[in-house]
Design a protein around this ligand. Sequence first.
Ligand SMILES: *[C@@H]1O[C@H](CO)[C@@H](O)[C@H](O)[C@H]1NC(C)=O
Ligand SMILES: *[C@@H]1O[C@H](CO)[C@@H](O)[C@H](O)[C@H]1NC(C)=O
Ligand SMILES: *[C@@H]1O[C@H](CO)[C@@H](O)[C@H](O)[C@H]1NC(C)=O
Length: 538
Amino acid sequence: MAEGFSLVILSGMLMCGLLLHMISQHEASVKKPSEKPNFIVILADDIGWGDLDSNQPEEKANRTPYLNLMAEQGLRLTDFHSPASTCSPSRAAILTGRYGLRNGVTHNFAVGSVAGLPLSEVTLPQLLRKAGYYTAMIGKWHLGHNGRYGPLKRGFDYYLGIPYSNDMGCTDIPGYNLPQCPPCDSSGPQVIRLKRSGHGGCYSKVGLPLIENSSIVEQPLDLWTLTDQYKSTATRIIQNARERGQPYLLYIALAHMHVPLSPRFPPDSSATGVRPDEVYAASLREMDDLVGAVKSASDDADKNNTLVWFTGDNGPWEQKCQFAGSVGPFMGKWQTSRGGGSAKRTTWEGGHRVPTVAYWPGRIPANTTSSALLSGMDIFPTLLSLAGVTPPSDRRYDGIDATNILLNGEQNGHEFLFHPNSGAAGKFGDLQTVRTGKHKAFYITGAAEACGGATGQQQLHDPPLIFDLQRDEAEETPLEVETPEYQAVAERIARRREELLWDIASDESVSTADYSTKESAAPCCDPTLPVCRCHTLG
Ligand SMILES: *[C@@H]1O[C@H](CO)[C@@H](O)[C@H](O)[C@H]1NC(C)=O
Ligand SMILES: *[C@@H]1O[C@H](CO)[C@@H](O)[C@H](O)[C@H]1NC(C)=O
Ligand SMILES: *[C@@H]1O[C@H](CO)[C@@H](O)[C@H](O)[C@H]1NC(C)=O
Protein backbone atom coordinates (compact mmCIF):
# COMPACT_ATOMS: atom_id res chain seq x y z
CA MET A 1 0.00 0.00 0.00
CA ALA A 2 2.65 2.37 1.11
CA GLU A 3 4.64 1.62 -1.97
CA GLY A 4 1.64 2.04 -4.24
CA PHE A 5 0.76 5.27 -2.52
CA SER A 6 4.19 6.74 -3.01
CA LEU A 7 4.08 5.62 -6.63
CA VAL A 8 0.85 7.50 -7.16
CA ILE A 9 2.36 10.59 -5.60
CA LEU A 10 5.42 10.18 -7.73
CA SER A 11 3.46 9.83 -10.91
CA GLY A 12 1.31 12.79 -9.86
CA MET A 13 4.45 14.82 -9.37
CA LEU A 14 5.75 13.61 -12.68
CA MET A 15 2.58 14.60 -14.46
CA CYS A 16 2.58 17.90 -12.73
CA GLY A 17 6.16 18.47 -13.69
CA LEU A 18 5.37 17.49 -17.25
CA LEU A 19 2.45 19.88 -17.29
CA LEU A 20 4.61 22.69 -15.94
CA HIS A 21 7.17 21.89 -18.56
CA MET A 22 4.53 22.00 -21.27
CA ILE A 23 3.24 25.34 -20.02
CA SER A 24 6.66 26.88 -19.96
CA GLN A 25 7.32 25.56 -23.46
CA HIS A 26 4.06 27.09 -24.57
CA GLU A 27 5.11 30.36 -22.96
CA ALA A 28 8.36 30.30 -24.82
CA SER A 29 6.64 30.16 -28.20
CA VAL A 30 3.77 32.58 -27.52
CA LYS A 31 5.03 34.59 -24.59
CA LYS A 32 2.33 35.80 -22.29
CA PRO A 33 1.90 39.57 -22.25
CA SER A 34 4.44 41.23 -20.01
CA GLU A 35 3.33 42.66 -16.70
CA LYS A 36 4.71 46.11 -17.39
CA PRO A 37 2.49 48.06 -19.78
CA ASN A 38 3.52 48.98 -23.32
CA PHE A 39 3.57 52.62 -24.33
CA ILE A 40 2.90 54.16 -27.71
CA VAL A 41 3.42 57.93 -27.80
CA ILE A 42 2.27 59.55 -31.04
CA LEU A 43 3.41 63.12 -31.50
CA ALA A 44 1.88 65.06 -34.39
CA ASP A 45 3.78 68.03 -35.78
CA ASP A 46 2.22 71.51 -36.01
CA ILE A 47 -1.28 70.16 -35.39
CA GLY A 48 -4.01 72.55 -34.21
CA TRP A 49 -6.29 72.00 -31.21
CA GLY A 50 -9.21 72.43 -33.58
CA ASP A 51 -7.96 69.75 -35.97
CA LEU A 52 -9.37 66.97 -33.80
CA ASP A 53 -13.06 66.61 -34.76
CA SER A 54 -14.11 65.70 -31.25
CA ASN A 55 -12.69 68.99 -29.94
CA GLN A 56 -15.10 70.84 -32.23
CA PRO A 57 -18.17 68.62 -32.68
CA GLU A 58 -20.26 71.62 -33.81
CA GLU A 59 -18.20 71.75 -37.02
CA LYS A 60 -19.48 68.30 -37.96
CA ALA A 61 -16.27 67.59 -39.88
CA ASN A 62 -15.23 64.01 -40.43
CA ARG A 63 -11.50 64.33 -40.82
CA THR A 64 -10.27 62.34 -37.81
CA PRO A 65 -12.59 59.31 -37.49
CA TYR A 66 -9.94 57.04 -35.90
CA LEU A 67 -8.89 59.63 -33.34
CA ASN A 68 -12.55 60.30 -32.59
CA LEU A 69 -12.99 56.59 -31.97
CA MET A 70 -9.91 56.53 -29.76
CA ALA A 71 -11.41 59.41 -27.74
CA GLU A 72 -14.73 57.56 -27.52
CA GLN A 73 -12.91 54.51 -26.18
CA GLY A 74 -10.55 56.58 -24.05
CA LEU A 75 -9.90 60.00 -22.55
CA ARG A 76 -9.79 63.36 -24.32
CA LEU A 77 -7.59 65.91 -22.54
CA THR A 78 -8.84 69.38 -23.44
CA ASP A 79 -6.38 71.55 -21.49
CA PHE A 80 -3.18 69.77 -22.45
CA HIS A 81 -0.18 71.85 -23.56
CA SER A 82 2.95 71.18 -25.52
CA PRO A 83 5.95 72.09 -23.34
CA ALA A 84 7.06 74.71 -25.89
CA SER A 85 5.68 76.18 -29.07
CA THR A 86 8.42 75.03 -31.41
CA CYS A 87 9.79 71.68 -32.28
CA SER A 88 13.15 70.91 -30.61
CA PRO A 89 12.35 72.46 -27.19
CA SER A 90 9.00 70.70 -27.07
CA ARG A 91 10.53 67.31 -27.89
CA ALA A 92 13.41 67.80 -25.45
CA ALA A 93 10.97 68.58 -22.63
CA ILE A 94 8.80 65.56 -23.48
CA LEU A 95 11.78 63.20 -23.35
CA THR A 96 13.31 64.70 -20.18
CA GLY A 97 10.32 65.98 -18.16
CA ARG A 98 12.09 69.31 -17.73
CA TYR A 99 11.69 72.89 -18.93
CA GLY A 100 14.11 74.05 -21.62
CA LEU A 101 15.80 76.31 -19.08
CA ARG A 102 16.93 73.11 -17.33
CA ASN A 103 17.53 70.69 -20.22
CA GLY A 104 19.26 73.36 -22.31
CA VAL A 105 17.07 73.07 -25.42
CA THR A 106 15.30 76.39 -25.93
CA HIS A 107 15.14 76.66 -29.73
CA ASN A 108 15.46 74.51 -32.83
CA PHE A 109 18.52 72.64 -34.03
CA ALA A 110 19.70 73.11 -37.63
CA VAL A 111 20.78 70.91 -40.54
CA GLY A 112 24.39 71.61 -39.62
CA SER A 113 24.06 71.40 -35.82
CA VAL A 114 27.12 69.68 -34.40
CA ALA A 115 25.34 68.76 -31.16
CA GLY A 116 21.83 68.34 -29.75
CA LEU A 117 20.04 67.52 -26.51
CA PRO A 118 22.89 67.78 -23.96
CA LEU A 119 24.44 64.41 -23.11
CA SER A 120 24.04 65.22 -19.42
CA GLU A 121 20.27 64.85 -19.86
CA VAL A 122 18.63 61.52 -19.07
CA THR A 123 15.89 60.48 -21.49
CA LEU A 124 12.67 58.51 -21.11
CA PRO A 125 13.75 55.70 -23.48
CA GLN A 126 17.08 55.42 -21.66
CA LEU A 127 15.32 54.82 -18.34
CA LEU A 128 12.70 52.47 -19.77
CA ARG A 129 15.35 50.45 -21.58
CA LYS A 130 17.24 50.03 -18.34
CA ALA A 131 14.01 48.70 -16.84
CA GLY A 132 13.75 45.99 -19.51
CA TYR A 133 11.81 47.78 -22.23
CA TYR A 134 12.40 47.47 -25.94
CA THR A 135 12.50 51.07 -27.18
CA ALA A 136 11.80 52.11 -30.76
CA MET A 137 11.30 55.41 -32.46
CA ILE A 138 9.78 56.32 -35.80
CA GLY A 139 9.77 59.82 -37.26
CA LYS A 140 11.20 63.23 -36.60
CA TRP A 141 13.94 63.42 -33.98
CA HIS A 142 15.20 67.03 -34.13
CA LEU A 143 17.35 66.74 -31.02
CA GLY A 144 20.68 66.59 -32.83
CA HIS A 145 21.69 64.03 -35.44
CA ASN A 146 25.46 64.27 -35.39
CA GLY A 147 27.77 61.76 -33.68
CA ARG A 148 26.61 60.89 -30.20
CA TYR A 149 23.34 62.86 -30.43
CA GLY A 150 21.19 60.58 -32.58
CA PRO A 151 18.26 58.53 -31.22
CA LEU A 152 20.24 55.28 -30.99
CA LYS A 153 22.69 56.99 -28.68
CA ARG A 154 19.95 58.49 -26.52
CA GLY A 155 18.08 55.38 -25.47
CA PHE A 156 16.38 53.89 -28.53
CA ASP A 157 17.04 50.33 -29.72
CA TYR A 158 15.67 51.04 -33.18
CA TYR A 159 15.05 54.17 -35.24
CA LEU A 160 13.52 55.00 -38.61
CA GLY A 161 12.87 58.60 -39.54
CA ILE A 162 14.06 62.05 -40.48
CA PRO A 163 16.62 63.85 -38.32
CA TYR A 164 14.76 67.20 -38.32
CA SER A 165 11.75 68.84 -39.96
CA ASN A 166 10.52 67.59 -43.33
CA ASP A 167 11.05 71.05 -44.87
CA MET A 168 14.77 71.10 -43.94
CA GLY A 169 15.97 69.46 -47.13
CA CYS A 170 14.92 69.13 -50.75
CA THR A 171 13.10 66.20 -52.34
CA ASP A 172 12.66 65.24 -55.99
CA ILE A 173 8.89 65.60 -55.93
CA PRO A 174 8.22 68.36 -53.42
CA GLY A 175 5.06 68.35 -51.34
CA TYR A 176 2.67 71.26 -50.92
CA ASN A 177 4.22 74.30 -49.26
CA LEU A 178 3.86 78.06 -49.21
CA PRO A 179 5.83 79.34 -51.00
CA GLN A 180 6.15 76.19 -53.10
CA CYS A 181 9.72 74.84 -52.97
CA PRO A 182 11.51 73.55 -56.09
CA PRO A 183 12.77 69.97 -56.49
CA CYS A 184 16.34 69.16 -55.51
CA ASP A 185 18.91 70.96 -57.59
CA SER A 186 20.55 68.06 -59.41
CA SER A 187 22.97 69.93 -61.61
CA GLY A 188 26.57 70.77 -60.89
CA PRO A 189 28.87 69.64 -58.14
CA GLN A 190 27.58 69.10 -54.67
CA VAL A 191 27.93 72.26 -52.57
CA ILE A 192 26.49 71.96 -49.12
CA ARG A 193 24.73 75.15 -48.15
CA LEU A 194 23.14 75.09 -44.77
CA LYS A 195 21.34 78.39 -45.10
CA ARG A 196 17.91 78.44 -46.62
CA SER A 197 18.53 79.93 -50.02
CA GLY A 198 16.34 81.63 -52.60
CA HIS A 199 12.75 80.54 -53.17
CA GLY A 200 11.43 82.18 -50.00
CA GLY A 201 13.29 80.02 -47.51
CA CYS A 202 13.52 76.67 -49.28
CA TYR A 203 16.45 74.34 -48.78
CA SER A 204 17.63 73.16 -52.17
CA LYS A 205 21.20 71.92 -51.77
CA VAL A 206 20.98 69.01 -49.33
CA GLY A 207 18.47 66.25 -49.88
CA LEU A 208 16.14 65.32 -47.01
CA PRO A 209 17.56 62.08 -45.59
CA LEU A 210 15.76 59.04 -44.23
CA ILE A 211 17.73 57.41 -41.45
CA GLU A 212 17.48 53.87 -40.12
CA ASN A 213 19.32 53.23 -36.87
CA SER A 214 22.42 55.38 -37.49
CA SER A 215 22.66 55.11 -41.29
CA ILE A 216 21.22 57.16 -44.12
CA VAL A 217 19.10 54.74 -46.16
CA GLU A 218 17.55 57.22 -48.62
CA GLN A 219 18.59 60.74 -49.68
CA PRO A 220 16.60 62.55 -50.81
CA LEU A 221 13.71 60.56 -49.39
CA ASP A 222 10.39 60.09 -51.15
CA LEU A 223 7.86 62.20 -49.24
CA TRP A 224 4.97 60.46 -50.94
CA THR A 225 5.76 57.01 -49.55
CA LEU A 226 6.94 58.09 -46.09
CA THR A 227 3.55 57.51 -44.46
CA ASP A 228 3.42 53.94 -45.75
CA GLN A 229 6.95 53.29 -44.52
CA TYR A 230 6.07 54.62 -41.08
CA LYS A 231 2.87 52.59 -41.02
CA SER A 232 4.46 49.26 -41.94
CA THR A 233 7.39 49.83 -39.59
CA ALA A 234 5.10 50.68 -36.66
CA THR A 235 2.94 47.65 -37.32
CA ARG A 236 5.98 45.40 -37.53
CA ILE A 237 7.43 46.75 -34.27
CA ILE A 238 4.15 46.17 -32.44
CA GLN A 239 3.78 42.62 -33.79
CA ASN A 240 7.42 41.75 -33.07
CA ALA A 241 7.09 43.05 -29.53
CA ARG A 242 4.26 40.61 -28.94
CA GLU A 243 6.46 37.73 -30.04
CA ARG A 244 9.37 39.00 -27.99
CA GLY A 245 7.20 39.19 -24.87
CA GLN A 246 9.12 42.25 -23.75
CA PRO A 247 7.32 45.48 -22.81
CA TYR A 248 8.01 48.27 -25.26
CA LEU A 249 8.03 52.01 -25.80
CA LEU A 250 7.19 53.09 -29.34
CA TYR A 251 7.60 56.82 -29.92
CA ILE A 252 6.11 57.91 -33.25
CA ALA A 253 6.91 61.52 -34.13
CA LEU A 254 4.86 62.04 -37.27
CA ALA A 255 5.81 64.25 -40.20
CA HIS A 256 2.12 65.26 -40.30
CA MET A 257 0.91 68.10 -40.18
CA HIS A 258 4.14 69.97 -40.92
CA VAL A 259 4.65 71.36 -44.45
CA PRO A 260 5.44 70.16 -47.05
CA LEU A 261 2.21 68.16 -47.06
CA SER A 262 2.09 65.13 -49.33
CA PRO A 263 -1.28 63.43 -48.98
CA ARG A 264 -2.18 60.45 -51.13
CA PHE A 265 -5.68 60.34 -49.75
CA PRO A 266 -8.26 59.29 -50.77
CA PRO A 267 -6.51 56.26 -52.26
CA ASP A 268 -8.15 56.60 -55.67
CA SER A 269 -6.93 60.16 -56.27
CA SER A 270 -3.55 60.71 -57.90
CA ALA A 271 -1.11 63.21 -56.42
CA THR A 272 -2.60 65.82 -58.70
CA GLY A 273 -6.13 64.79 -57.87
CA VAL A 274 -6.11 66.67 -54.57
CA ARG A 275 -7.40 70.24 -54.85
CA PRO A 276 -5.13 72.79 -53.13
CA ASP A 277 -7.89 73.80 -50.72
CA GLU A 278 -8.36 70.14 -49.84
CA VAL A 279 -4.70 69.40 -49.17
CA TYR A 280 -4.72 70.06 -45.45
CA ALA A 281 -7.90 68.08 -44.85
CA ALA A 282 -6.55 65.19 -46.95
CA SER A 283 -3.30 65.20 -44.97
CA LEU A 284 -5.22 65.21 -41.72
CA ARG A 285 -7.24 62.21 -42.86
CA GLU A 286 -4.04 60.48 -43.89
CA MET A 287 -2.51 61.13 -40.47
CA ASP A 288 -5.66 59.85 -38.81
CA ASP A 289 -5.53 56.74 -40.93
CA LEU A 290 -1.97 56.10 -39.77
CA VAL A 291 -3.03 56.54 -36.15
CA GLY A 292 -5.88 54.11 -36.79
CA ALA A 293 -3.47 51.52 -38.17
CA VAL A 294 -1.25 51.83 -35.09
CA LYS A 295 -4.23 51.51 -32.77
CA SER A 296 -5.53 48.48 -34.57
CA ALA A 297 -2.11 46.76 -34.57
CA SER A 298 -1.87 47.45 -30.86
CA ASP A 299 -5.42 46.20 -30.19
CA ASP A 300 -4.59 42.97 -32.01
CA ALA A 301 -1.29 42.44 -30.21
CA ASP A 302 -1.72 43.31 -26.55
CA LYS A 303 -4.95 45.24 -26.18
CA ASN A 304 -5.43 45.81 -22.49
CA ASN A 305 -1.78 46.23 -21.75
CA THR A 306 -0.93 49.17 -24.00
CA LEU A 307 -1.32 52.88 -23.35
CA VAL A 308 -1.56 54.97 -26.52
CA TRP A 309 -1.01 58.68 -25.95
CA PHE A 310 -1.63 61.02 -28.89
CA THR A 311 -0.62 64.68 -28.69
CA GLY A 312 1.12 67.50 -30.60
CA ASP A 313 4.46 69.30 -30.43
CA ASN A 314 3.07 72.84 -30.85
CA GLY A 315 0.25 74.73 -32.53
CA PRO A 316 -0.32 75.34 -36.25
CA TRP A 317 2.18 77.19 -38.43
CA GLU A 318 -0.11 80.08 -39.30
CA GLN A 319 2.11 81.70 -41.93
CA LYS A 320 1.49 78.64 -44.13
CA CYS A 321 -2.12 79.85 -44.60
CA GLN A 322 -4.27 77.12 -46.20
CA PHE A 323 -1.61 74.54 -45.29
CA ALA A 324 -1.90 75.30 -41.55
CA GLY A 325 -4.25 73.73 -39.02
CA SER A 326 -6.99 75.21 -36.86
CA VAL A 327 -6.53 76.72 -33.39
CA GLY A 328 -10.26 76.25 -32.79
CA PRO A 329 -11.58 78.91 -30.41
CA PHE A 330 -8.08 79.78 -29.10
CA MET A 331 -7.54 82.71 -31.41
CA GLY A 332 -5.27 84.98 -29.34
CA LYS A 333 -7.34 88.02 -30.31
CA TRP A 334 -5.44 90.50 -28.11
CA GLN A 335 -2.45 89.78 -30.31
CA THR A 336 -4.10 89.36 -33.70
CA SER A 337 -5.95 92.67 -33.33
CA ARG A 338 -2.53 94.33 -32.94
CA GLY A 339 -0.96 92.44 -35.84
CA GLY A 340 0.82 89.15 -36.19
CA GLY A 341 -0.01 85.51 -35.64
CA SER A 342 -0.87 83.85 -32.34
CA ALA A 343 -0.14 80.15 -32.92
CA LYS A 344 3.16 78.21 -33.32
CA ARG A 345 6.16 80.09 -31.87
CA THR A 346 3.96 82.10 -29.50
CA THR A 347 2.72 81.62 -25.95
CA TRP A 348 -0.87 82.39 -26.93
CA GLU A 349 -3.09 79.33 -26.45
CA GLY A 350 -2.94 78.57 -30.17
CA GLY A 351 0.81 78.07 -29.81
CA HIS A 352 0.75 75.29 -27.27
CA ARG A 353 -2.74 73.95 -26.49
CA VAL A 354 -2.72 70.71 -28.45
CA PRO A 355 -5.30 68.00 -29.20
CA THR A 356 -4.61 65.08 -26.87
CA VAL A 357 -6.15 61.66 -26.43
CA ALA A 358 -5.11 58.86 -24.07
CA TYR A 359 -6.34 55.34 -24.79
CA TRP A 360 -5.88 52.24 -22.69
CA PRO A 361 -8.79 49.79 -22.85
CA GLY A 362 -9.72 48.34 -19.51
CA ARG A 363 -7.67 50.94 -17.62
CA ILE A 364 -8.62 54.42 -18.85
CA PRO A 365 -12.40 54.91 -18.57
CA ALA A 366 -13.98 55.09 -22.03
CA ASN A 367 -15.63 58.15 -23.53
CA THR A 368 -14.36 60.54 -20.87
CA THR A 369 -12.99 64.08 -21.00
CA SER A 370 -10.70 65.87 -18.60
CA SER A 371 -9.89 69.55 -18.38
CA ALA A 372 -7.00 68.97 -15.96
CA LEU A 373 -4.13 71.36 -16.72
CA LEU A 374 -1.40 69.11 -18.15
CA SER A 375 1.75 69.32 -20.24
CA GLY A 376 3.78 67.13 -22.58
CA MET A 377 6.42 67.19 -19.81
CA ASP A 378 4.06 64.96 -17.81
CA ILE A 379 4.50 62.05 -20.22
CA PHE A 380 7.96 61.37 -18.73
CA PRO A 381 6.98 60.97 -15.05
CA THR A 382 3.66 59.30 -15.90
CA LEU A 383 5.12 56.54 -18.08
CA LEU A 384 7.95 55.95 -15.61
CA SER A 385 5.47 55.67 -12.77
CA LEU A 386 3.30 53.19 -14.71
CA ALA A 387 6.43 51.15 -15.46
CA GLY A 388 7.47 51.25 -11.81
CA VAL A 389 10.66 53.20 -12.55
CA THR A 390 12.00 55.95 -10.32
CA PRO A 391 13.84 58.66 -12.26
CA PRO A 392 17.33 59.67 -11.08
CA SER A 393 17.15 61.91 -8.02
CA ASP A 394 20.16 64.01 -8.96
CA ARG A 395 18.04 66.49 -10.90
CA ARG A 396 14.79 68.41 -10.73
CA TYR A 397 11.78 67.69 -12.92
CA ASP A 398 8.91 69.91 -14.00
CA GLY A 399 6.42 67.32 -15.23
CA ILE A 400 3.90 65.71 -12.90
CA ASP A 401 2.73 62.11 -12.63
CA ALA A 402 -0.71 62.17 -14.30
CA THR A 403 -1.53 58.51 -13.61
CA ASN A 404 -4.54 59.32 -11.44
CA ILE A 405 -5.88 61.76 -13.99
CA LEU A 406 -5.63 59.14 -16.72
CA LEU A 407 -6.87 56.13 -14.79
CA ASN A 408 -9.00 57.40 -11.93
CA GLY A 409 -10.74 60.54 -13.12
CA GLU A 410 -8.80 62.80 -10.80
CA GLN A 411 -8.87 66.43 -11.97
CA ASN A 412 -5.85 68.07 -10.32
CA GLY A 413 -3.22 68.86 -12.90
CA HIS A 414 -0.52 71.51 -12.58
CA GLU A 415 -1.23 74.21 -10.02
CA PHE A 416 1.06 76.43 -12.10
CA LEU A 417 2.23 75.77 -15.65
CA PHE A 418 4.76 78.02 -17.35
CA HIS A 419 4.99 78.49 -21.11
CA PRO A 420 8.45 79.32 -22.42
CA ASN A 421 9.16 81.76 -25.20
CA SER A 422 9.93 79.85 -28.38
CA GLY A 423 10.77 82.67 -30.69
CA ALA A 424 8.10 85.35 -30.69
CA ALA A 425 9.45 87.64 -28.00
CA GLY A 426 12.72 88.15 -26.17
CA LYS A 427 15.08 85.48 -24.96
CA PHE A 428 14.53 81.84 -25.95
CA GLY A 429 13.24 79.66 -23.14
CA ASP A 430 12.17 82.54 -20.89
CA LEU A 431 9.09 81.68 -18.85
CA GLN A 432 7.00 84.55 -20.12
CA THR A 433 3.51 83.19 -19.58
CA VAL A 434 2.03 81.46 -16.54
CA ARG A 435 -1.14 79.48 -16.18
CA THR A 436 -2.92 78.82 -12.92
CA GLY A 437 -6.51 77.55 -12.80
CA LYS A 438 -8.54 79.46 -15.36
CA HIS A 439 -6.13 82.39 -15.37
CA LYS A 440 -3.18 83.07 -17.62
CA ALA A 441 -0.66 85.88 -17.14
CA PHE A 442 1.64 87.40 -19.76
CA TYR A 443 4.85 89.20 -18.70
CA ILE A 444 5.86 89.58 -22.34
CA THR A 445 3.70 89.30 -25.45
CA GLY A 446 4.88 88.70 -28.97
CA ALA A 447 3.56 87.44 -32.28
CA ALA A 448 4.65 84.98 -34.94
CA GLU A 449 4.34 85.70 -38.64
CA ALA A 450 0.69 85.55 -39.69
CA CYS A 451 -0.70 84.31 -42.99
CA GLY A 452 0.14 87.21 -45.29
CA GLY A 453 3.34 88.08 -43.45
CA ALA A 454 2.21 90.48 -40.70
CA THR A 455 4.23 90.38 -37.49
CA GLY A 456 3.75 92.08 -34.13
CA GLN A 457 5.94 93.95 -31.70
CA GLN A 458 7.32 92.40 -28.55
CA GLN A 459 5.79 94.12 -25.50
CA LEU A 460 6.73 93.97 -21.84
CA HIS A 461 3.86 93.98 -19.35
CA ASP A 462 4.40 95.20 -15.81
CA PRO A 463 1.93 94.57 -14.27
CA PRO A 464 1.28 91.45 -16.37
CA LEU A 465 -1.74 91.00 -18.62
CA ILE A 466 -4.07 88.44 -17.05
CA PHE A 467 -6.83 86.68 -18.99
CA ASP A 468 -9.66 84.54 -17.65
CA LEU A 469 -9.65 81.64 -20.11
CA GLN A 470 -12.98 80.33 -18.93
CA ARG A 471 -14.79 83.52 -19.94
CA ASP A 472 -12.39 84.50 -22.69
CA GLU A 473 -10.74 81.54 -24.40
CA ALA A 474 -9.84 83.77 -27.34
CA GLU A 475 -7.59 85.84 -25.00
CA GLU A 476 -9.14 89.09 -26.13
CA THR A 477 -9.69 91.28 -23.07
CA PRO A 478 -7.41 91.16 -20.03
CA LEU A 479 -8.79 91.64 -16.51
CA GLU A 480 -8.81 95.17 -15.09
CA VAL A 481 -5.76 95.62 -12.90
CA GLU A 482 -7.77 97.28 -10.10
CA THR A 483 -10.11 94.33 -9.54
CA PRO A 484 -9.64 92.07 -6.49
CA GLU A 485 -9.65 89.07 -8.85
CA TYR A 486 -6.65 90.48 -10.73
CA GLN A 487 -4.79 91.41 -7.55
CA ALA A 488 -5.21 87.99 -5.97
CA VAL A 489 -4.08 86.10 -9.07
CA ALA A 490 -1.19 88.47 -9.82
CA GLU A 491 0.15 88.08 -6.31
CA ARG A 492 0.07 84.25 -6.38
CA ILE A 493 1.60 84.09 -9.84
CA ALA A 494 4.38 86.56 -9.05
CA ARG A 495 5.33 84.59 -5.94
CA ARG A 496 5.42 81.26 -7.78
CA ARG A 497 7.36 82.73 -10.69
CA GLU A 498 10.01 84.10 -8.32
CA GLU A 499 10.26 80.70 -6.63
CA LEU A 500 10.67 78.85 -9.89
CA LEU A 501 13.23 81.26 -11.31
CA TRP A 502 15.23 80.93 -8.09
CA ASP A 503 14.85 77.15 -8.21
CA ILE A 504 16.25 77.05 -11.74
CA ALA A 505 19.02 79.53 -10.96
CA SER A 506 20.14 77.35 -8.05
CA ASP A 507 19.75 74.05 -9.93
CA GLU A 508 23.10 72.34 -10.32
CA SER A 509 21.72 69.87 -12.86
CA VAL A 510 20.99 72.53 -15.50
CA SER A 511 22.39 71.56 -18.92
CA THR A 512 23.66 73.81 -21.69
CA ALA A 513 23.11 72.91 -25.33
CA ASP A 514 25.76 73.57 -27.97
CA TYR A 515 23.98 75.25 -30.87
CA SER A 516 27.03 75.65 -33.10
CA THR A 517 26.88 74.48 -36.72
CA LYS A 518 29.32 73.35 -39.38
CA GLU A 519 28.79 72.12 -42.93
CA SER A 520 30.27 68.68 -42.33
CA ALA A 521 27.64 68.00 -39.66
CA ALA A 522 24.86 67.90 -42.28
CA PRO A 523 23.74 64.31 -42.98
CA CYS A 524 25.21 63.42 -46.35
CA CYS A 525 24.95 60.04 -48.07
CA ASP A 526 27.47 60.64 -50.87
CA PRO A 527 29.29 64.00 -50.87
CA THR A 528 30.45 63.48 -54.46
CA LEU A 529 26.87 63.50 -55.79
CA PRO A 530 24.54 66.49 -56.03
CA VAL A 531 22.37 67.09 -52.95
CA CYS A 532 24.19 64.24 -51.18
CA ARG A 533 22.21 61.63 -53.11
CA CYS A 534 22.69 58.00 -52.17
CA HIS A 535 22.49 57.01 -55.86
CA THR A 536 22.77 58.80 -59.18
CA LEU A 537 19.41 59.58 -60.74
CA GLY A 538 18.68 56.73 -62.98
C1 LIG B 1 18.61 48.49 -37.67
O1 LIG B 1 18.62 47.63 -36.57
C2 LIG B 1 17.82 46.48 -36.70
C3 LIG B 1 17.94 45.68 -35.45
O2 LIG B 1 17.61 46.45 -34.35
C4 LIG B 1 18.25 45.66 -37.89
O3 LIG B 1 17.38 44.57 -38.08
C5 LIG B 1 18.27 46.52 -39.14
O4 LIG B 1 18.79 45.80 -40.23
C6 LIG B 1 19.10 47.76 -38.90
N1 LIG B 1 19.02 48.62 -40.08
C7 LIG B 1 20.08 49.22 -40.64
C8 LIG B 1 19.84 50.04 -41.85
O5 LIG B 1 21.20 49.10 -40.18
C1 LIG C 1 -9.92 44.14 -22.08
O1 LIG C 1 -10.57 44.65 -20.93
C2 LIG C 1 -11.97 44.77 -21.07
C3 LIG C 1 -12.50 45.50 -19.87
O2 LIG C 1 -11.88 45.10 -18.69
C4 LIG C 1 -12.55 43.38 -21.25
O3 LIG C 1 -13.94 43.46 -21.41
C5 LIG C 1 -11.93 42.74 -22.49
O4 LIG C 1 -12.36 41.43 -22.63
C6 LIG C 1 -10.41 42.76 -22.43
N1 LIG C 1 -9.89 42.36 -23.73
C7 LIG C 1 -8.84 41.58 -23.87
C8 LIG C 1 -8.42 41.28 -25.28
O5 LIG C 1 -8.24 41.11 -22.93
C1 LIG D 1 -19.96 59.25 -25.46
O1 LIG D 1 -20.45 60.37 -24.76
C2 LIG D 1 -21.28 61.21 -25.51
C3 LIG D 1 -21.61 62.45 -24.70
O2 LIG D 1 -21.27 62.33 -23.38
C4 LIG D 1 -22.51 60.45 -25.94
O3 LIG D 1 -23.34 61.28 -26.72
C5 LIG D 1 -22.09 59.25 -26.76
O4 LIG D 1 -23.22 58.47 -27.09
C6 LIG D 1 -21.11 58.40 -25.98
N1 LIG D 1 -20.59 57.35 -26.83
C7 LIG D 1 -20.53 56.08 -26.47
C8 LIG D 1 -19.98 55.10 -27.45
O5 LIG D 1 -20.89 55.70 -25.37
